[in-house]
Design a protein around this ligand. Structure first.
Ligand code: SF4
Length: 316
């Protein structure tokens, strides 16, 4: 008769194969969860702001960076789910920057089967010619790029132009405008072009940059470096980005809460008479949760709580 197992018996050590299989399963589970979140958040932004409607032909601007690859990827998933009731066409502008690997995007887009157009325009030489060495080239470069992309959108018959800005870009823009521009102005999910003739949409409005980085790793997108032009990243934007990351580390959930705040304005509690008629104000006898409590100090929950239209503000 064999000896009964005792409580002191050493537990079996999992084999290397078992550990690898468990890690693989956990990674697949995490990837599926992330995919669902990305699809849900993009679908929610599309619904909340009317970004894409049946019959639209959306020009998806792809630069070869993680954000635009992910945007195209998720929009394709949604297109399949809605039975291809809208069209997608990926557009890349090859600005002839030195070392730009012109074959990468056409190869990728052909492989995944997305219609695409590569527009080749040597804006790099134009910018180099007009901007003195050491000065930032971005404003002229992006002005030229914008004009070209609007023309291409017209030529391709596109009804919307999708850009890959995400939630964190939007928050950074909000703080940049406040700190340096003296304006409470963000980066909207849907806006008309400065010429008033094109609709720009940002389907990643609710998506966190960290999620896009993780998705780019999972999908192994062939990323094209964004430093080919030799221009420095805008220093102020960089500082704001770091400020937001530091806050988030010290106070988890703060970024989510700020992102929700951008959708939850109380115009009567700013000081812009163009947004609220302060002069014509009289007490109307209606209870208002946002009304002033006179001398009570304002109260806030210890941590961001709740959701706004299904958008969780709790740390994930
Ligand atoms: S970083 Fe380079 S490519 Fe991008 S806008 Fe600036 S100059 Fe143009």
């Amino acid at each position: 008769m064999s000896e009964p197992a005792t409580l002191l018996e050493t537990p079996a050590v999992p084999s290397a194969e078992d550990s690898a299989a468990a890690a693989e399963k956990a990674a697949a589970h995490a990837a599926l969860k992330l995919e669902k979140r990305l699809v849900r958040q993009v679908a929610q932004a599309i619904g909340d702001f009317g970004l894409i409607e049946d019959g639209d032909k959306v020009m998806v601007c792809v630069s070869g960076g993680k954000d635009s690859y992910a945007m195209l990827d998720v929009l394709r998933m949604l297109q399949q789910r809605n039975g291809h009731k809208f069209e997608l066409i990926a557009v890349n502008l090859d600005q002839k920057q030195p070392g730009f690997p012109a074959h990468v995007l056409p190869e990728y887009l052909t492989q995944v089967g997305v219609p695409f157009h590569i527009e080749t325009q040597d804006t790099y030489s134009v910018v180099k010619e007009h901007i003195p060495e050491g000065k930032t080239m971005c404003s002229l470069c992006s002005r030229l790029r914008r004009g070209i992309l609007y023309r291409v959108a017209d030529e391709l018959g596109c009804t919307k132009i999708a850009l890959g800005h995400h939630r964190d870009d939007m928050l950074q823009t909000f703080f940049l405008n406040m700190f340096f521009g003296g304006k409470l102005k963000g980066m909207p999910p849907k806006v008309q072009s400065d010429r008033g003739d094109h609709l720009i949409i940002r389907p990643l409005a609710y998506v966190a940059e960290d999620d896009l980085s993780r998705w780019a790793d999972i999908r192994a997108f062939p990323i094209i470096p964004c430093t080919l032009c030799g221009s420095q990243e805008n220093l102020q934007r960089k500082q704001i980005g770091q400020m937001l990351r530091d806050w988030q580390q010290l106070y988890p959930g703060r970024i989510e809460n700020m992102a929700v705040a951008l959708r939850n304005l109380v115009p009567s509690h700013f000081m812009d008479p163009r947004q609220f008629d302060f002069k014509g104000m009289v007490p109307n006898g209606v209870q208002d949760a946002d009304g002033d409590k006179a001398f009570d100090p304002p109260e806030f929950p210890a941590q961001a709580v709740g959701t706004l239209a299904g958008l969780s503000v709790m740390p994930r």
